[in-house]
Design a protein around this ligand. Structure first.
Ligand code: KG4
Ligand code: ZN
Length: 343
């Protein structure tokens, strides 16, 4: 790929984001307007509020992304936008903005799968500094976010085989729910990580659902175990040992994610491993998989773990080069499994 520049737009959940990426790897700009503080008062994402915030921020965020990349729209090759999965009312804001720009400029429009975007965050790099090594196929990918926990085999660019995923809560969702349960602020992931630093991961013995013989995960039993522990402690009139609860819960999630990812990489003879999505920002997860895997593990820098548009632009570069073009009648796909993507 040479000199392909794509403007990416992401509005699938609670971040309004735009970015310009070159050749799938170099970030020329990346702007993220987060609504996290706004949703914290509800203890989670409030869809109507998210959609209205996207509407307010989308135009200035796109302008800022082009401005920071020192580019006009006429200097990019295509516009890539998250088509799904995500909140319907949020997705349409980004899609409509992208369509408007495509119509006005005559540039090609590409609908990108948000999970594929997370995988492509592993290829990205800030324009200053050295380009890190390029992941080599076949890759075993662990996608862990607020909405998804998936193990996929990535055989080549844009070619995926889904091995398994969560049967109930996503890993990030478990962090968010348990955070609320033990009295921490939203989002639970970063709050639990911080509390866990002061706690003992072996203080409580929480279950680790290994689900042998499958590549699936389950976190609802763990969540229930934490709830039971909290209730018992409260009944005994004790103040909650929040740091120990956080550390023990986090250790349980991390153990399962790391063990299954490494096992799957072996089983499917992957050359390298990708760990992506919001939960890949977790320090304990990063440390453990880097320490325990004999294979090279690519984990994006923290700023690219949570939702951003650089990953959508990055995936867009590869799909643009492969010839993908979508029509102006493209609709949102709120549930869009990776396995349904064409290569
Ligand atoms: O990828 P993302 O920004 O949005 C989705 O596509 O869902 O992921 C958000 C999720 C939230 O559940 C949040 O609690 C979790 O990622 N998260 C973390 C950390 N930072 C964010 N979980 C554990 N440790 C963290 N440091
Ligand atoms: Zn995401």
């Amino acid at each position: 790929m040479e000199n392909v520049r794509v403007l990416g737009i992401e509005t699938s959940c609670d971040e309004t984001a735009a970015a310009v990426v070159e050749d799938g790897r170099v970030i020329l700009s990346s702007v993220v307007a987060s609504q996290v503080d706004l949703h914290a008062q509800f203890g989670g994402v409030f869809p109507e509020v998210a959609s209205r915030q996207h509407t307010l921020h989308i135009s200035p965020v796109i302008e800022e992304a082009l401005h920071r990349a020192h580019m006009n729209l006429s200097e990019v090759d295509a516009i890539a936008v998250t088509r799904g999965p995500g909140l319907p009312g949020s997705l349409v804001v980004g899609i409509n903005a992208a369509k408007g720009l495509a119509l006005g400029s005559g540039l090609p429009l590409l609908g990108i799968n948000h999970l594929e975007g997370h995988l492509y965050s592993a290829w990205l790099h800030e324009s200053s500094g050295e380009l890190p090594s390029e992941p080599s196929f076949p890759l075993l990918g662990l996608i862990v976010s607020g909405g998804h926990t998936e193990l996929v085999l990535m055989e080549d660019h844009c070619v995926y085989q889904r091995l398994g995923g969560t049967l109930d809560d996503a890993a990030g969702e478990a962090f968010d729910k348990v955070g609320r349960l033990i009295g921490l602020s939203y989002p639970g992931g970063p709050a639990i990580q911080k509390a866990a630093e002061e706690g003992n991961p072996m203080a409580m013995e929480f279950p680790r659902a290994k689900l042998p013989g499958t590549w699936d995960f389950s976190f609802s039993g763990l969540k229930t175990a934490v709830l039971r522990e909290v209730r018992a402690l409260e009944k005994g009139g004790e103040t909650l040992p929040v740091t120990d609860l956080a550390a023990s819960f986090q250790a349980s999630v991390v153990d399962v994610l790391v063990a299954k990812t490494i096992e799957a990489a072996k089983e499917f003879k992957a050359k390298e491993i990708l760990v992506v999505g919001g939960v890949s920002a977790n320090e304990a997860l990063r440390k453990k998989i880097l320490a325990e895997s004999r294979l090279t593990v690519h984990i994006p820098p923290i700023s690219l773990c949570t939702d951003n548009a650089a990953m959508i632009a990055g995936a867009g570069c590869y799909r643009f080069s492969a010839g993908q073009r979508d029509g102006l009648d493209m609709d949102a796909l709120p549930t869009w499994p990776l396995s349904e993507l064409s290569s």
